[in-house]
Ligand binder design. Structure first.
Ligand SMILES: Cc1cc2nc3c(=O)[nH]c(=O)nc-3n(C[C@H](O)[C@H](O)[C@H](O)COP(=O)(O)OP(=O)(O)OC[C@H]3O[C@@H](n4cnc5c(N)ncnc54)[C@H](O)[C@@H]3O)c2cc1C
Length: 302
């Protein structure tokens, strides 16, 4: 049986899929295979199968933090958001599957009067991606809620405590263990009032709409903030606002958003990133660090 036929046991399989359809930057070459797993057990089994056959793979959530190259990816993209997205509330805790939408979870928690996740209501992520990146906003982050995380590893299943996840600024152990896949997590919140929770969600969303260029494809903030300084301030000071390479542009609304304004290639975006970095270094003496993750770039381009 060939690989595609075997993968069909774990869910729906597509071949030659443009990654620009799976990333919020709307960039990226084709992936040879894409598997939408049909359940949590299918995810675990597919992961174990791919590991055993040494087939390259990458789990993608909403692709909202990825800059995929224009090259073809000769491996299997695993996607969870179609079927592995359930959550179950038990008192003030929630067990949630890795493919669940962060935005949907924030609204679902409001309905059962659980407060604390309002900050996340505008982040276009899955829970798996948000946990791996320790996504955050308004001085809160995923680590504030995590109790435990269920993970598929080359040695089988593992349950990690919050401490074992080694969360730090937009980082966790999962970036350092590329062969681990987050299956589900237990998060804890506090009791709240539905109206208050919804008011805060609305406030957070309004602020995003007024400050972020949501009308263009992007991956959110492109560079990390410095401990003492926002990246957007350096980018503006370096005169990069509106700077353009091909179809990629530094947003006129928020300078840390590099947006795809006109069918940009991944190479346009990468060149723009490099140009912004060198102008900021020359003007402010600061070295910007990418927050966006580069995927499938050949070694010479790393
Ligand atoms: C408009 C906009 C606003 C944004 N605002 C914010 C913000 O306020 N705060 C913030 O922190 N980020 C923000 N982001 C960036 C992005 O949403 C986050 O980085 C998010 O955590 C990425 O989640 P994802 O599910 O899309 O993951 P992807 O981008 O698909 O993947 C990110 C990484 O996680 C890994 N991954 C995904 N799922 C799993 C899994 N199940 N197991 C193991 N690894 C996995 C991937 O392999 C990859 O390495 C924003 C992005 C956009 C486009």
């Amino acid at each position: 049986m060939n690989i595609v036929e075997r993968l069909k046991e774990f869910g729906e399989v597509y071949t030659d899929v443009p990654l620009k359809h799976c990333t919020t930057l709307r960039l990226g070459g084709e992936a040879a295979m894409m598997l939408h797993v049909s359940s949590l057990t299918a995810l675990f089994s597919a992961h174990q199968y791919l590991l055993s056959k040494q087939i390259p793979y990458k789990v993608i959530g909403k692709g909202s933090n990825l800059l995929c190259s224009d090259d073809r990816y000769e491996g299997c993209i695993i996607r969870l958001d179609r079927k592995v997205h359930h959550h179950y509330v038990i008192n003030e805790s929630v067990w949630v599957e890795a493919g669940a939408s962060v935005v949907s979870l924030a609204f679902a928690l409001a309905k059962v009067h659980l407060a604390g996740f309002e900050w996340a209501s505008g982040i276009p992520a899955t829970m798996g991606g948000a946990i791996a990146n320790n996504a955050g906003a308004y001085h809160q982050c995923m680590a504030d809620h995590i109790s435990e995380v269920l993970v598929s590893t080359p040695k089988g299943l593992l349950t990690l405590s919050k401490e074992e996840c080694k969360f730090s600024y937009r980082d966790s152990i999962f970036h350092h263990q590329p062969d681990w896949v987050i299956l589900a997590a237990k998060l804890t919140f506090s009791k709240g009032n539905y109206r208050d929770i919804m008011d805060l969600i609305k406030l957070r969303q309004q602020r995003r709409m007024s400050s972020q260029p949501l009308e263009f494809p992007s991956a959110g903030s492109t560079f990390r903030n410095f401990e003492d300084l926002s990246a957007w301030k350096c980018i503006e000071e370096a005169g990069c606002k509106g700077l353009r390479v091909g179809g990629a542009q530094v947003s006129l609304k928020h300078s840390n958003f590099l947006v795809n304004v006109d069918d940009a290639s991944a190479m346009d975006m990468l060149q723009l990133i490099e140009e912004v970095k060198s102008k900021v270094l020359a003007t402010c003496g600061r070295e910007l660090i990418l927050e966006v993750e580069r995927f499938n770039w050949n070694k010479k381009m790393q």
